[in-house]
Design a protein around this ligand. Structure first.
Ligand SMILES: Cc1ncc(COP(=O)(O)O)c(C=O)c1O
Length: 374
């Protein structure tokens, strides 16, 4: 059997009529950039998030750095995050000229460990940037409390957890701004690139809206800005998909539960941890081998058996060659957990359109390897 890592084409086929209708509507409208479909999707997405504003952009990376710019973050400022995340979290800080400060992650959730943050705060610290890694919220209550105590901004990197929530908080309500990504492989992904800043702050919304369009909010009147607009075709695709996001996240949770039930007897691997009361939306289902030296062996075994397992992220940012590329960077304390996560992680296939037979096949192959090697 072959099990792919993504189900993009299956997803398209399942809701083809809805997506095709939206694309047709945009094509027939004659308005493809900053048109009515973008406006419509922005209000639908803001409503879905339970927030006042969403500004459509061309990527999740831009969402982060445009939010930083809107908050006045730039050279001389520091932002605190983790290194076991996608590169763009730190890259966005470097794009605006800020220093990325890295602290360790929580050993169970792999999100930022709030108990490590205060030691990294200096008079230059401007923002905390938690990543809702793999589809589970970081501990936003603890993060907000630290931000309040030290008068810091909070920008949530929510590339991976649209539709997730904490036990008694939702994404966005405890921060200044949220950066969302709509690149195809995310839980809400268009057939290409896309992103958004989501916020309750009208000033952030106003500035990001202007920056994304060459510093312009009035025809022919410009100030310094960029071109980072979400195209109407993508907005239409996302509008069609948004109606299904909760049902798709439920399916991801169902497959995660099936993986967890099937794999709990394995001796050589650690399964994902779900914080009680949180809605984890399993952008990725990430297991870890107990021994780092086993990771590549298990990964190869799965790949050799037709299973497209991958790693997110096998080289932590501070371990990438050339780090930090002449940019401002500071590591505070040992990064033991982030390094373990990078060394041991394997992402099993995870998407709503998986079948029971595919999940069971993956479980069987992991168990087969585990029995022979643990
Ligand atoms: C944690 C994280 N942050 C930021 C990004 C950047 O998003 P994009 O690829 O849309 O620029 C991604 C994904 O690609 C991500 O996973």
């Amino acid at each position: 059997m072959k099990v792919g890592f993504y189900g993009h084409v299956r997803q398209y086929h399942n809701i083809k009529a809805e997506i095709d209708a939206k694309m047709q509507e945009v094509l027939e409208s004659g308005e493809y950039v900053m048109g009515p479909m973008l406006k419509r999707f922005e209000s639908e997405f803001a409503a879905y998030c339970g927030m006042r504003y969403a500004v459509g952009l061309n990527s999740g990376t831009d969402a982060l750095w445009l939010a930083f710019l809107a908050l006045g973050i730039g050279p001389g400022d520091e932002c605190i995050t983790t290194t076991n995340t996608f590169f763009a979290t730190a890259e966005a800080m470097w794009i605006v000229g800020a220093t990325a400060v890295f602290v360790d992650s929580d050993p169970k959730t792999n999100c930022i460990d709030p108990t490590k943050i205060e030691a990294a705060i200096t008079p230059r610290t401007k923002a905390l940037v938690p990543v809702h890694l793999y589809g589970q919220c970081a501990d936003m209550k603890a993060i907000r409390a630290i931000a309040d105590k030290h008068k810091l901004f909070v920008v949530e990197d929510n590339a991976q957890a649209i539709g997730a929530r904490g036990k008694d908080f939702k994404i966005g309500e405890l921060s200044d701004a949220v950066g969302a990504s709509f690149i195809i492989q995310k839980n809400l992904g268009t057939f290409g690139d896309g992103g958004a800043v989501v916020t309750n702050n009208p000033e952030i919304e106003r500035i990001v809206r202007k920056l994304r369009n060459h510093g312009s909010d009035k025809r022919s009147v410009h100030s310094m800005g960029y071109n980072s607009r979400l195209d109407d075709l993508h907005a239409g695709i996302l509008s069609a998909k948004l109606k299904h996001i909760d049902e798709w996240n439920d399916l991801r949770r169902k497959w995660a539960a099936r993986y967890t039930a099937g794999l709990k007897q394995a001796r050589g691997i650690v399964l994902p941890y779900e914080v009680p009361g949180y809605r984890h939306v399993y952008h990725l289902y990430v297991i870890e081998t107990k021994r780092p030296q086993d990771r590549d062996k298990l990964l190869k075994y799965l790949n050799d058996n037709g299973i497209d397992a991958k790693c997110h992220y096998p080289i932590a940012i501070h371990q990438q060659q050339g780090y930090p590329w002449g940019k401002g960077a500071r590591i505070v304390g040992p990064l033991t957990n982030s390094e373990r996560n990078a060394a041991c992680c394997i992402s099993l296939p995870m998407y709503p359109e998986l079948t029971e037979a595919e999940v069971d096949y993956v479980v069987a192959k992991v168990l087969e390897w585990d029995k022979a090697n643990s």
